[in-house]
Every structure is written in structure tokens, then in C-alpha cells.
Design a protein around this ligand. Structure first.
Ligand code: MG
Ligand code: MG
Length: 256
């Protein structure tokens, strides 16, 4: 279970960071290809095929496919689905809110990132949800500088989400990342400023706000064993970047 501010965060060498940047670039290209293809009439399975193509072109490996048996290289979560949606025959329709999460391994090093986008025209409320998730991630990224603490990252997310009147699930969070996709520590979407591990250059975290428009934190998993949905049926957004604490400030490794 998630523990606040526990765990050592390794500091990556220049050589290790070179590989992590390469993995991050593959993930960013997967995102770009999916953004361009996602529109009404396209299935989430077709988006998975596109992501597979990007991975193959770079001779990279998927860290999602086969993860505890996960059957695809992307998670595609639509509307009230928060995370871990399995891509397949579902056809996207105008007004859908689509969250895509995917990652890649290059030379044994991992990248992991997610975005949420509207399909066709979305409601003003859905747009406000996406903007809030993006703003929460941006605020958390800004905290990724030497001398700050892990608690500052989670607090920044919580402040933006709470101010907008939204909620976050408590049982899912970001994580350390490196030679494995999920390493210590947990990076919760809430926290206390000035508490937790002090951040230092070379530390890399996957930061991933999950924002629930209903304002509650209640989610549950569907019978497929993966898909997590809001319990009130409200829309959800999920965004993520793999982020380095640089010498002088944050560096997003999964930015296009
Ligand atoms: Mg992640
Ligand atoms: Mg992810």
C-alpha cells in the first residue's frame, strides 16, 4: 500500500539518463502518433496498433505488454474509466474523453507517460477537467527541483485538483522509475509540503495526477481485472510525465 514520503530515490548517472531520455522520446512519439489518429470512428485497438508500430520502429520494448498479464502496449480509458482501460473493439465517438497511458524500454531503461484528450467536440465541463489535470501535472513538475521534498510534489497536485472542486483516487499514484517501470517511492497525488525525501539532481519520478470530476475519491475495478472506473460514473482524466530533477530545475523526459 502507498506510504507517504518513504523510500530512497536513486540518483541516475549521466549515462543512465541518456538511456532514460531515449526511452522518453519513444513514449513522446507514441503519444504524438495516437493524438493524430484518435478521432470518432477509430477503435482503441487501432490506437494500440499504432503505438506498437512506434515501438517496433525504434527497436524499443513495451513495458505495458505482459505487465502482470496486461494484453496491450497502451491503456485506453474512456470517459468514466480512470486508468488501465484495455484497448480493443471500442469505437471512439464524438464527445468522448480519452486517456492514453503507455511506456517504452530502451537499453533496459524505462519511460512512462499519459495524456487525456477530447474526441471531436467535448463539453465545457470536460474541457475544464482536462485543463485541470494538465495544470496539476505542470504544478507538480515545477516542484521537481533540488532542495524541494517529495511532499511538495503531491501537495502541488492536490492544491490544483481541490481548488477546481475535483477529487483524486487514494489507491493509485505515481512512482519511481528507472530499470523497472514501478520503483520506490510512491508519488502520491497529495502530500505535505516540506515533508518526505529531499529531492536532488539525478532523481527521476513518474508523476501522474488522476482527476475525478465528481469531486469524490471513490473508484473501483471492473470484472476484467484492470479497468478502474469512477464509482459515481463521473468523467475522469489521467496525465503523466517521467520527470528528472535537473541541476537547476525540472526536465520532462517524456515531452515531445
Ligand atoms: Mg506510471
Ligand atoms: Mg503510465
Amino acid at each position: 500500500m502507498a506510504r507517504f514520503g518513504r523510500g530512497v530515490i536513486p540518483r541516475r548517472s549521466a549515462d543512465e539518463l541518456r538511456h532514460m531520455r531515449a526511452a522518453g522520446r519513444v513514449v513522446a512519439e507514441m503519444h504524438q502518433a495516437i493524438r493524430q489518429a484518435a478521432r470518432p470512428g477509430v477503435t482503441t485497438g487501432e490506437l494500440d496498433d499504432i503505438a506498437r508500430g512506434v515501438i517496433a520502429r525504434h527497436h524499443a520494448t513495451s513495458n505495458f505488454f505482459g505487465y502482470h498479464g496486461f494484453p496491450a502496449v497502451i491503456c485506453a480509458s474512456v470517459n468514466d474509466e480512470v486508468i488501465h482501460g484495455i484497448p480493443g473493439a471500442r469505437v471512439l465517438v464524438d464527445g468522448d474523453l480519452l486517456s492514453i497511458d503507455c511506456g517504452a524500454i530502451v537499453n533496459g531503461w524505462h519511460g512512462d507517460a499519459a495524456f487525456t484528450m477530447g474526441i471531436g467536440g467535448i463539453t465545457i465541463e470536460a474541457k475544464r477537467l482536462v485543463d485541470t489535470a494538465d495544470a496539476a501535472l505542470a504544478a507538480a513538475v515545477r516542484e521537481m527541483r533540488p532542495g524541494n521534498h517529495l511532499g511538495d510534489v503531491g501537495a502541488a497536485i492536490d492544491e490544483v485538483v481541490t481548488a477546481a472542486g475535483y477529487g483524486s483516487p487514494r489507491d493509485y499514484c505515481g512512482h519511481g522509475i528507472g530499470r523497472a517501470m514501478h520503483e520506490d517511492p510512491d508519488v502520491e497525488n497529495r502530500g505535505r509540503r516540506g515533508r518526505g525525501t529531499e529531492l536532488a539532481p539525478g532523481m527521476v519520478l513518474a508523476i501522474e495526477p488522476m482527476v475525478l470530476s465528481g469531486g469524490h475519491d471513490d473508484v473501483h475495478q471492473l470484472a476484467d481485472g484492470w479497468t478502474v472506473v469512477t464509482s459515481d460514473g463521473s468523467l475522469a482524466a489521467h496525465v503523466e510525465h517521467t520527470v528528472l530533477v535537473g541541476d537547476h530545475g525540472p526536465e520532462i523526459l517524456t515531452r515531445p
